[in-house]
Design a binder for this molecule. Structure first.
Ligand SMILES: [Ca+2]
Ligand SMILES: [Ca+2]
Ligand SMILES: [Ca+2]
Length: 340
């Protein structure tokens, strides 16, 4: 039995060499239990139960068990480490043995780059997300269209800095592509020349980066308007979001009155096809815009702003624990077209 194996995330890997060794002379019945923590184990045969789960068991004669073990395979959707434990009991002699196999799961890819992809995006169906896990990775998504209709594909970087979008026909042949459209994000408008499926490919520009992207498709041509997207701590803050969260920097917490101010930073991106002007900001009661910096040169524009407020807590403990909430917020924008 191998002491260790290596598997690629999302790919079923055969585990060879797992066999029960016994004379089997007495026609004993053996029971072998194979289990792991995060992966999926599979084996075929009528004496196998639990195939496709974290734990499967095989009960039969020596030759039957070994035949089933010969079909043993392992898969795991996520990269990392796992341990497979194999316990075999001789049900006649009432003895058993346990051995382990260390598993290393490498890489990982959420969507293939061919017409067999499991990726799916629908017109007006919102944004689907995916990952460029390794440089050079490309992910395809199937899109169902109506002949003669126009569609606009938007591919934005969430953690991927500079995405690039591709369009392929139902046979997987290249139709069109776009790298940057107003910003480093990608936008492609096309008119379907046949009914059925097209495929959309997402990648990093020059295949040299990794990260999470968001893909959406809308009906019609792209409106030539700006599209603001605000994020904190690299997490998108949805429109009209009113729930403070530490993960996206929107929870400012509180500090003791007279203490150091709390400073949070935000990023503003323009994903639209027209320049975005940020002015007349409306801030919640008690917050104020304290500063801003503007575009410096070329591709990078930056706005910095500081908000501060002093807010006394209400309630029974207010007299003893009056607190000052001071907030400094800095916003930053990236735009190739110097939108600011
Ligand atoms: Ca991928
Ligand atoms: Ca892929
Ligand atoms: Ca791009």
């Amino acid at each position: 039995m191998p002491a260790s194996i290596t598997a690629s995330a999302g790919v079923s890997t055969a585990i060879g060499g797992v066999q029960v060794i016994d004379d089997g002379l007495n026609g004993e019945t053996f029971s072998t239990v194979v289990f792991d923590t995060t992966g999926i184990l599979a084996a075929s045969g009528s004496i196998v139960s639990g195939s496709g789960t974290h734990s499967l068991s095989i009960t039969g004669t020596l030759s039957q068990v070994n035949a089933a073990l010969g079909t043993l395979s392992y898969s795991n959707p996520s990269a990392g480490a796992d341990t497979i434990t194999v316990t075999t009991s001789d049900l006649s002699d009432h003895n058993g043995v346990t051995k382990t196999i260390a598993v290393t799961i490498t890489g990982g890819d959420d969507y293939s780059a061919d017409v067999m992809t499991r990726g799916l995006v629908t017109v007006g169906g919102g944004q689907v997300t995916g990952n460029i896990e390794t440089p050079g990775d490309r992910d395809w998504f199937r899109l169902s269209v109506t002949q003669g209709s126009s569609y606009t594909i938007n591919l934005i970087g969430i953690l991927l800095v500079d995405p690039e979008v591709y369009l392929y026909n139902s046979s997987g042949q290249f139709v069109d592509s776009n790298d940057d459209s107003g910003t480093v994000n990608s936008r492609l408008t096309f008119t379907a020349t046949y009914p059925g499926n097209y495929f959309i490919g997402a990648s990093a520009h020059r295949d040299n980066a990794t990260g999470t992207y968001g893909l959406s498709v809308s009906a019609g041509a792209a409106p030539q308007v700006p599209e603001i997207a605000v994020s904190g701590n690299a997490h998108n803050i949805p429109d009209n979001n009113a729930t403070p969260s530490s993960s996206d920097n929107t929870d400012f917490g509180s500090v003791t009155q007279g203490g150091s101010p709390v400073q949070h930073f935000f990023t503003i991106n323009n994903f639209g096809a027209a320049a975005l002007a940020v002015s007349g900001l409306t801030l919640p009661t008690g917050f104020s815009l304290a500063g801003a910096s503007r575009a410096r040169s070329g591709r990078t524009a930056r706005i910095s702003s500081w908000f501060s407020s002093t807010r006394r807590r209400s309630g029974p403990k207010a007299a003893k624990s009056a607190s000052t909430r001071t907030t400094r917020t800095r916003t930053r924008s990236t735009s190739r077209s110097r939108a600011w």
